[in-house]
Design a protein around this ligand. Structure first.
Ligand SMILES: [Zn+2]
Length: 63
């Protein structure tokens, strides 16, 4: 039998300090968008769960 864990993990947005809740287990390197400030956050580590602002990707599609 599989244990049914419904633990919702959450982390704090480094930009607005809003709470980011994960409905499922986050993955390292995953990018999520803060619902509070729309900042793109990258999951740095999952244990503990740490979020950091994702580096801004400048769209540079050739010339
Ligand atoms: Zn935020």
């Amino acid at each position: 039998m599989m244990p049914t864990q419904s633990t919702v993990q959450s982390a704090t947005c480094p930009e607005c300090e809003g709470e980011i809740a994960f409905q499922r287990r986050p993955l390292a390197g995953e990018v999520v968008v803060c619902v509070g400030c729309s900042a793109e956050l990258e999951v740095q580590t999952v244990e503990p769960l740490v979020l950091a602002l994702a580096p801004e990707v400048e769209e540079d599609w050739g010339e």
